[in-house]
Design a protein around this ligand. Sequence first.
Ligand code: NAP
Length: 287
Amino acid sequence: MSRVAFLGLGVMGGPMAGHLAAAGHDVTVYNRTGTKALEWVARHGHRAAPTPDEAVDGAEFVMMCVGNDHDVREVASVAIPGMSDGATLVDHTTASADVARELATACAAAGLGFVDAPVSGGQAGAQNGQLTVMCGADDEQVFDAAREVITAYARECRRLGSAGAGQTTKMVNQICIAGVLQGLAEGVAFAQRAGLDVDEVVATISKGAAGSWQMENRAGTMAAGEFEFGFAVEWMRKDLAICLAEADRLGVRLPLTALVDQFYKQVIERGGLRWDTSSLVNLLQQP
Ligand SMILES: NC(=O)c1ccc[n+]([C@@H]2O[C@H](COP(=O)([O-])OP(=O)(O)OC[C@H]3O[C@@H](n4cnc5c(N)ncnc54)[C@H](OP(=O)(O)O)[C@@H]3O)[C@@H](O)[C@H]2O)c1
């Protein structure tokens, strides 16, 4: 068992840190809004620290799950100088590959290991400890040691290459999801307009070639127009902006991703900033 610090107890980070405690690690948590850290301690035990540098003091592994590139830089710039020699920073935030490479360089200069490790599986995956973790690390031994800790909340944890490769893999994940969601939204809106029962349609076609996680889990709520849950459009637009910027850098065209990103812009214009990503269907149901 290891001494672990967890920075950022949001929808994802809170339950992930809870799994570390349940697995027997010695956990210190930090959250910008301190009351959340105290609530976490009341529920899971262990201890909270008021700043990132105090939280990481003496930790062998420092896990971080905040919002975006700016947040990662802000928290890491305070955490890294406080980390012990030979410790490893694991960033679970969905951020750019550039920020991952920047952190890898900063950690190497400070004698620390670094793993970029964005996750997929949503709030439910974090709560039941079944996340998919996509990793980039320059040093395979650093990754192998970090994986022992990550296992507490992951069903799949794999190194895809050097620093930045985890974030680039997460981009692939989001590119695939964007297209599938738009296709499903069009299918659901079409079925409704044709007078079909969407539940019956899904029960029939979801086991065939059209089936997907989104179809199994989102077709019903799309048909019902329920969007007040799940993975927020605000976060998806952040992720798609990262994908589109990286595609520009690589010289790759992402026409469908760019189009879906514009549809999300329209969803936000009609008040859907915090709606689930399946709310694409709203543009078709109420044009
Ligand atoms: N939610 C999902 O389904 C999901 C799925 C996969 C990946 N992700 C990714 O995982 C990351 C976290 O998502 P989430 O849903 O857990 O977000 P969240 O609930 O909004 O939590 C964000 C956490 O980061 C902290 N934070 C943000 N900016 C900070 C800063 N500048 N300094 C210090 N702390 C800061 C927040 O502190 P406060 O409490 O003080 O605000 C909070 O603890 C994001 O990159 C997201 O894209 C989310």
